[in-house]
Design a protein around this ligand. Structure first.
Ligand SMILES: [Ca+2]
Ligand SMILES: [Ca+2]
Ligand SMILES: [Ca+2]
Length: 684
């Protein structure tokens, strides 16, 4: 009874009725009534309820209204409370057809057979360490089943020790003389906790001392846009959001403001509203290293006059101070390593002087074999827009790269050398023949930008050259101009050819972005992932990896989907189905090279908040180094589109073996509080 919330009745009584109800009402009722109604009397050991009939009292009328007004909220709260209690007990009632109620039993999360078996053999009476003393049972389990290294076993036991005080897990690691063996519940609780038993490590564990070109880098495209590429606002907020997610390359498009005396950031040639550059720089400084200490690269798309370039140089130097890395040599023979530039901000753009070279190259362009002639005539950017059914959006592509020299007569002026000095990663405009654009210069490293469409064409005709180029230089790939809704593209073709900066619209929450986010969960989420060796090595005759060659299966990943839980905590009772508990199934598969890519799914389990599938899937992998494990829970509906129940993408090469708790995220990649799957991973 929660009736203490009722306001006390103001005493204004005109007539009284006595009723003897002792026999029909429980003692709880009398306790409540005595507390709240001031209208109970006890005579001859019998309780009497004084039924109050107020004929004239306004006060009493008000009281009734008040209680009536409060009643619905109270009852909703009581209803919710009852539901919470019921769901804890594993019972769910759903009203349907206005008056009928169906009840469902949904038992609490119970360990699946494999967990019971592991508990029995490592912590049970027949195990070699029957008492589980000194945590030996768990120690053996961690090294044998979970394949943790000895150092990691110690680390995990150390993590569990302080938590043990407040959890039953105490018994898993207890060092007291005669500890009780770990219970099945303790063991299961540990395994099903994503924080204690995650599927991948959250530590930076790769060698970070190789040159920049040896890493894939988490890269944003038009980082300042809040929405689509045509008429959304420019703001520092999406930049901050990207930095909080660990993005390490931020792109800013610099344009003169309307009075030509300052620099705005906007998507030129569109209706996107500008934001002042200084505001973006200040936010970048504040958030640059909130998610990763490894270097932050700013790629500048330069549409400025020389005097405004000088202003940018001043803004960068003054805003970033010591954080700004200024290279000592120009040009660089090799890029520095991420480790060498920890907590530094790096500028990447096209050096201003290249305008004259550009003119020369333009004059020299003739006949077939020019990069511009690959599929069509005109500039490289026009290749892109003409070739991919651009439906009249060619002018967008014009804005999509670093260069706008043709439109800017002032460009010929000597530009501020202060600005040039700040450029660590020099961007070069692809000119002449594609083979020349991809030529590796032994004395100079640089960055080349290609649209996704240009890359697709380049990899068909010059795949080996692209890979050779990316061994030393940086290749940036950006979305084609027709992606006006800020959608993204399949990143795998760029990765398999070694492209380091696969620039994505971070505000376009699509499947491709989920893959990108999953890819960069690797290496502790620091935004730098070491490229696989096969992309960095060259054979004795200069051969490089051939993505088109038929490759053997390198390893086979076995994935078992045991069960899921957490929806009953994170969603309302009727979120998935209005009249019954959800009907979940899990899709699991691989995104990677074409030969490895496949999706499979479990059966649908009807009307269960805690589904136990216990199904195993096998994935033979030819390029496990670039394979991503896709996991997605759906809620089956016969008549409409299925409901989304959570997703995650995990880098296959980082998967920890054994039984693991996999936290699920929403479509944007925000982790749910409780929703998780219990899975098992093995490489055979
Ligand atoms: Ca549904
Ligand atoms: Ca259902
Ligand atoms: Ca359903």
């Amino acid at each position: 009874m929660r009736s203490q919330q009722l306001p006390a009745c103001p005493v204004s009584i005109s007539s009284i009725l006595l009723l003897d109800l002792t026999s029909s009402l429980s003692s709880h009722f009398w306790a409540w009534a005595s507390r709240n109604l001031n209208a109970v009397s006890t005579r001859n050991g019998h309780h009497h309820l004084l039924l109050i009939i107020s004929a004239t009292s306004i006060q009493a009328g008000e009281w009734r209204k008040k209680t009536r007004r409060r009643h619905p909220a109270d009852s909703r709260e009581r209803e919710r409370e009852r539901e919470r209690e019921q769901s804890k007990m594993g019972s769910y009632a759903y009203k349907y057809c206005m008056c009928f109620t169906r009840k469902f039993r949904s038992p609490d999360a119970q360990p699946p057979p494999d967990v019971r078996a592991a508990h029995l053999s490592y912590c049970g009476p027949s195990s070699s360490d029957p008492q589980g003393a000194h945590g030996h049972g768990l120690r053996c389990f961690l090294s044998q089943v979970q394949a943790e290294s000895p150092a990691d076993v110690d680390r995990i036991l150390a993590i569990l020790a302080p938590i043990s005080a407040s959890h039953g897990i105490a018994r898993l690691v207890n060092r007291s003389p005669a500890p009780a063996p770990p219970t099945l519940d303790d063991f299961f609780g540990f395994l099903f906790s994503p924080d204690l038993n995650p599927p991948i490590t959250n530590q930076v564990h790769q060698d970070m001392s190789a040159p920049f070109s040896h890493y894939f880098i988490f890269t944003g495209h038009n980082s300042y846009l809040t929405g689509n590429q045509l008429n959304s606002d420019s703001s520092d907020i999406p930049i901050i959001k990207s930095l909080e997610r660990g993005v390490r390359v931020i792109e800013l498009d610099m344009w003169p403001n309307s009075s030509k005396n300052n620099v705005d950031i906007l998507h030129g040639g569109t209706l996107t509203a500008p934001v002042e550059m200084i505001r973006c720089l200040k936010s970048i400084k504040e958030y640059a290293f909130c998610a990763s200490n490894y270097p932050l690269v700013i790629t500048l798309e330069d549409h400025l006059t020389a005097d405004l370039q000088a202003k940018v140089a001043e803004m960068l130097t003054e805003t970033f101070g010591d954080l700004l890395f200024i290279p000592s040599s120009d040009p660089m023979k090799e890029f520095p390593s991420p480790e060498a530039l920890m907590k530094r901000i790096i500028i990447s753009t096209k050096p201003p002087q290249e305008y004259k070279e550009f003119l020369k190259a333009k004059d020299n362009q003739n006949g077939s074999g020019n990069i511009a002639d690959l599929p069509d005539q005109g500039s490289l950017r026009r290749i892109d827009s003409n070739a991919d059914e651009s439906d009249g959006k060619d002018e967008l592509d014009e804005q999509d790269e670093e260069d706008s020299d043709e439109d800017d007569p002032k460009f010929q002026q000597d530009t501020a050398c202060e600005y040039r000095k700040l450029i660590t990663i020099q961007a070069g405009k692809p000119k002449g023949h594609l083979r020349d654009a991809l030529k590796v210069d032994p004395d100079k490293v640089r960055r080349l930008s290609l649209s996704e469409t240009q890359l697709a064409k380049a990899t068909v005709s010059h795949g080996a050259e692209v890979i050779r180029f990316t061994q030393k230089n940086i290749l940036r790939v950006y979305p084609k101009g027709t992606r006006v809704n800020s959608s993204n593209y399949d990143p795998v073709n760029a990765w398999i050819h070694g492209a380091q900066m696969v620039a994505f619209n971070m505000q376009g929450h699509d499947k491709a972005l989920r893959l990108m986010q999953g890819f960069f969960r690797a290496n502790g989420g620091c935004g730098y992932v070491k490229k696989p060796d096969f992309l960095l090595t060259t054979g004795p005759n200069g051969e490089v990896f051939d993505p088109k060659a038929s490759l053997p299966v390198k390893t086979t990943l076995k994935v078992k989907v045991y069960m899921g839980d957490g929806w009953r905590m994170d969603f309302s009772k009727t979120h998935f189905d209005a009249f019954s508990p959800p009907d979940f199934y899990t899709r699991v598969g691989i995104a990677g090279v074409r030969a490895d890519s496949v999706m499979k799914k479990t059966r649908v389990l009807e009307d269960q908040w805690v589904p136990v599938w216990d199904e195993e899937f096998t994935f033979p992998l030819k390029v496990p180094e670039l394979a991503l494990l896709r996991i997605e829970v759906q809620e089956y509906d016969m008549s409409e589109k299925h409901d989304f129940g959570g997703q995650t993408v995990l880098p296959v090469w980082e998967l920890k073996q054994g039984i693991r708790a996999v936290p699920l995220h929403d479509r944007k990649g925000v982790r749910y509080k409780s929703v998780r799957l219990l899975m098992r991973f093995d490489f055979v």
